[in-house]
Design a protein around this ligand. Structure first.
Ligand SMILES: NC(=O)c1ccc[n+]([C@@H]2O[C@H](COP(=O)([O-])OP(=O)(O)OC[C@H]3O[C@@H](n4cnc5c(N)ncnc54)[C@H](OP(=O)(O)O)[C@@H]3O)[C@@H](O)[C@H]2O)c1
Length: 151
């Protein structure tokens, strides 16, 4: 079963600020960059607890009725999700992939920094799609010719 990652990153390689915000990414996803087509090919998302908690602050649940698996080693309150198909799992990345394959999943989308790192270390990611946006996360000076946003 293919397991993929699709993240937006700043030019200097960050997917979020230390407080969890990712306001340096364009609102609404920016110009078309394959996300919709990628999402259409995925039948289950596997997201870390921190990403889940961030998503809960959005105005609306962004995953529609797509199956979403929240990973955490502790009980997570899923009741705030309205209209979504959300469940919780824990275990090694290999155990999670194996459980999801056994339950009929065909293409997993793994999301969240720590979570992605764990799946990468386990050698379970076949496709890594990183979209760089023209913004810097760090406060390091921008190159003189660069007109991108800094933060
Ligand atoms: N730029 C982008 O495209 C993008 C995409 C996604 C997320 N983000 C940002 O990234 C941030 C979240 O990333 P993060 O690195 O902080 O954390 P994360 O990967 O979302 O969540 C990490 C947590 O997930 C749980 N977890 C992960 N693997 C597990 C496993 N195999 N079994 C049990 N639990 C497991 C653990 O929770 P417990 O401690 O509860 O056990 C762990 O502390 C958010 O701020 C979000 O905004 C950005």
């Amino acid at each position: 079963m293919p397991v993929s990652v699709f993240v937006g990153a700043s030019v200097d390689g960050f997917i979020a600020r230390t407080n969890g915000d990712f306001d340096f990414l364009p609102e609404g996803g920016g110009e078309p960059h394959g996300y919709d087509e990628f999402m259409a090919s995925v039948d289950a998302l596997v997201i870390g607890r921190h990403t889940f908690e961030k998503v809960l602050t959005f105005d609306a649940w962004p995953y529609g009725d797509k199956r979403v698996v929240v990973l955490s080693s502790r009980p997570v309150d899923l009741s705030a999700v309205v209209g979504g198909a959300v469940e919780q799992m824990a275990g090694s990345p290999a155990e999670i992939v194996s459980q999801l394959a056994a339950s009929g999943a065909h293409h997993l989308y793994v999301d969240g920094g720590i979570t992605i790192q764990r799946f990468l270390r386990a050698g379970l990611i076949q496709r890594l799609i990183i979209t760089r946006v023209p913004a810097f996360h760090s406060s390091a000076p921008c190159p003189a010719t660069c007109s991108c946003a800094t933060s």
